[in-house]
Design a protein around this ligand. Structure first.
Ligand code: ADP
Length: 749
């Protein structure tokens, strides 16, 4: 071993035995290297070096900055330092540092000595051989406030300068206090009960409590108390650190954390939260999101947002915006796991790291599904309503209380206001569209509705246009009220009834014309009937004379007439007979309706039975088979109804083919307010072509040589039935029988 190395080792052993630790710091890596005693002091295990920051962590907080400054100044400004500090384990050390030069190399080195070790309950002074005076210096000039109090009396028996500065007392005053006096009054009681107990048990205590200065200022004191025995008395030496700022900082941090968790709770309760990573893939879904969407977190995680949101313009817009790093707000349509939809009013915030790169996107939104659905159905309803209103063929409009149009339907603005769109008509009044006089009338009605709140129904208005053409309007107007019932305008519905008005006018004229014609017809009918009656009545007398003398002529002179004369006589007699029949029928016909006959209860079965009795001879001659169904009893005039049955039954017997036995049935059926009667036969029927003729007076379908008759019977039946308020008709097929039917009101008016 070279001599200088042996020398070094010797000196190294010396400083180790003197309990002096050595250190060196590398200014580049800021790594500290310690001698073996240094490793022991700073409790380094299996290493002799440690970073400066790790070293500083071993130092009590108030000294970190001090020491850090020392090292900074040493390495940068070559300033040596010398200081006394406390380590976290309460060991008090003296540390020195300086620069040395070895050739061109500069090194930063220093020493550390322990002044007071936490491992021992007594000052190291004696062990180290440090004098009482040294200890006193350390106590008095310690940068921490320190005081000593007695267990038994609680009295403060000693203190250093820092304590006097901190608590604001003179030394004399401070040594008159006991430890309760430096606590706020409300906490003084606590002192007796447990601090002392604790001290006795553990021989020391560490606590954070509130201390009060002479001026009443309260600060948070971090107290490190150690048992010391002074002159045989049990005492506690207390080192005080003002912890107020740090405590409040921690308190604030705690509050912030609590606040944040409150926010998070509130957010989770009310909002849908989704977090995407930098690749815009889902990383997190909160419970609310899962609840609303129906998706489980694990079903969606790792997917793109279109796994839960409809791919539409809004989603594209939002992804574009957030990719560019912008905050986006809008409504997104979500797709539920069960196939339904949900709507979220969403704010998306991209979060960037210190390099400006987006590392996550937070999507926070409100569930607005109900609002959206309500909006949609409102929109549908409004759309439906508007479509209906626009397509109704009437003018519909809404005016505000100043008479300004706020709604005009299509029919109104196109056909009435001659506008191409509703917009151009809004805000205008009737004065913009109608002559002043008409507008005044309309505005007056509007005013009454708005002021009185009453409706105005079926209001007929008219006006003349620029060409003098009249237009008629039929209008309903009702007051429009708000939710509180206040009138805020009116709703009007107007129909152009000009055409109807014209039609009504024409109809009225036609009606009058018709009434006039009917009167004329009635008069001429009356005259005709009068004539027929007079003629038939007056013709009877000369005809009676003709037939009377003809019978005499036939009876007394038939012998003198040759064959031709006899033939002529036959024609004359036949003609007279037919003329008589015609005159009689005509007379009967003309009497219908003229002869007022009383209504009485009439059994129609008896009526038909009488008619058949009268026709008995013809019935037997023709071998006719007649059935009569149940017939009602009615209150009617008797003679006319006898005539009807007589004519119909007689025709059924008469209009038969040769050699056929007539089969006739008479029946009746109730039909609403009427009775309907049927006379059905198996006769020759009536050809379709002659259907309209049979009820016309004197109209006959068959030759008089084959079927005698006057052509008056059915005309008379029609007149009688219609006079009673009923109707008559028939159904027939040529050669296949006929059914004549007529109705009679159950109650005659
Ligand atoms: P008439 O005195 O000729 O019978 P009506 O007025 O009773 O006069 O009848 C008019 C015509 O209607 C008759 O000439 C006949 O041609 C036809 N007619 C009436 N009833 C029948 C019937 N039951 N069957 C066929 N033809 C009938």
């Amino acid at each position: 071993m070279p001599a200088y190395e042996a020398d070094n080792q010797r000196w190294s052993e010396v400083i180790t035995h003197c309990d002096i630790a050595a250190w060196e710091i590398d200014p580049g890596s800021l790594t500290m290297k310690f001698s073996s005693y240094g490793q022991e002091i700073f409790k380094l295990r299996n290493t002799d070096s440690i970073s400066l920051s790790a070293f500083l962590e071993k130092v009590q907080s108030p000294y970190i900055e001090v020491l850090s400054n020392h090292f900074g100044r040493l390495t940068k400004e070559s300033k040596p330092f010398f200081d006394t500090i406390y380590l976290n384990d309460l060991t008090c050390i003296r540390i020195k540092g300086r620069e040395i030069h070895e050739g061109s190399e500069t090194r930063f080195i220093g020493t550390v000595e322990i002044i007071y070790s936490n491992d021992q309950k007594k000052p190291l002074a004696s062990k180290l051989g440090i004098s009482e005076g040294h200890y006193k210096l350390f106590f008095d000039f310690n940068p921490m406030p320190i005081f000593i109090w007695e267990y038994d009396t609680l009295k403060i028996v000693d203190c250093n300068n820092q304590a006097l500065i901190k608590y604001g007392y003179s030394k004399e005053e401070f040594l008159n206090l006991n430890i309760k006096d430096i606590r706020p009054s409300e906490e003084a009681l606590l002192v007796n009960s447990f601090i002392i107990e604790e001290l006795k048990d553990k021989g020391g205590h560490h606590r954070v409590c509130r201390h009060v200065t002479k001026s009443g200022e309260i600060f948070i004191a971090k107290v490190l108390g150690y048992y010391v025995n002074i002159d045989g008395n049990n005492c506690s030496m207390e080192l005080i650190t003002d912890f107020t700022d740090q405590f409040e900082g921690e308190q604030q941090l705690l509050e912030s954390v609590n606040e944040l968790s409150d926010y998070r709770f509130a957010l989770d309760e009310s909002c849908l939260v989704m977090i995407l990573n930098h690749k815009q893939k889902v990383e997190y879904l909160n419970l609310k999101f899962q609840e609303v969407s129906g998706y489980q977190y694990q079903e969606i995680v790792g997917d793109l947002p279109n796994a839960v949101y409809e791919e539409n313009e809004a989603l594209k817009d939002c992804l574009d915006a957030v990719t560019e790093g912008k905050i986006w707000r809008g409504e997104l349509k979500g797709l539920k796991s069960n196939g339904g939809v949900f709507w979220v009013d969403t704010v998306i915030t991209p979060f960037k790291n210190s390099k400006g790169k987006t590392y996550q996107y937070i999507w926070v939104g409100y569930d607005i599904t109900e609002k959206k659905q309500a909006e949609e159905s409102l929109f549908k309803e409004r759309f439906l309503l508007r479509t209906i209103i626009d397509n109704l063929p009437i003018h519909i409009y809404v005016k505000d209380i100043n008479g300004k149009h706020i709604v005009n339907n299509k029919f109104q603005y196109e056909n009435f206001l001659s506008a191409t769109s509703e917009e151009v008509t809004l805000g205008k009044t009737v004065f913009d569209y109608f002559p002043e006089e008409v507008a005044n009338r309309m505005a007056e009605i509007d005013r009454q509705i708005i002021e009185g709140g009453q409706s105005s129904m079926n209001l007929e208005e008219y006006y003349y246009d620029a060409n003098g053409k009249i237009t008629w309007l039929l209008t309903n107007k009702v007051a429009l009220r708000d939710a509180s019932g206040k009138v805020v305008g009116l709703v009007g519905m107007t129909k152009d009834v000009t055409d109807r008005k014209h039609e009504e006018e024409t109809l009225k004229n036609l009606n009058q014309e018709l009434i006039k014609k009917a009167r004329e017809l009635e008069q001429s009918n009356e005259e005709l009937e009068q004539f027929a009656y007079i003629a038939s009545h007056d013709l009877q007398e000369p005809l009676r004379m003709i037939t009377g003398f003809l019978s005499l002529l036939e009876k007394n002179y038939s012998d003198v007439l040759d064959e031709r004369g006899a033939k002529y006589m036959y024609f004359v007699v036949d003609g007279a007979t037919r003329m008589k029949a015609i005159i009689m029928d005509l007379l009967t016909y003309s009497r219908v309706g003229r002869m007022e006959e009383k209504i009485k209860e009439t059994d129609l079965a008896a009526v038909v039975s009488d008619v058949l009795n009268l026709q008995q001879t013809l019935i037997s001659q023709k071998g006719a088979e007649i059935t009569v169904g149940p017939l009602p009893t009615l209150r009617i005039p008797v003679s006319p109804i006898i005539q009807v049955f007589q004519n119909l039954i007689n025709n059924s017997l008469k209009y038969q083919a040769d050699g056929v036995n007539p089969k006739i049935s008479v029946s009746a059926k109730e039909k609403d307010a009427f009775w309907e009667f049927y006379v059905k036969d198996n006769g020759i029927g009536i050809p379709e072509s002659s259907k309209d003729k049979v009820f016309i007076l004197f109209s006959r379908l068959h030759s008089k040589s084959k079927y005698s008759g006057t052509g008056i019977g059915l005309a008379m039946c029609k007149k009688i039935i219609e006079n009673l308020g009923g109707s008559i008709g028939f159904q027939s097929k040529d050669g296949a029988g006929s059914t004549f039917y007529f109705t009679v009101p159950k109650v005659l008016s």
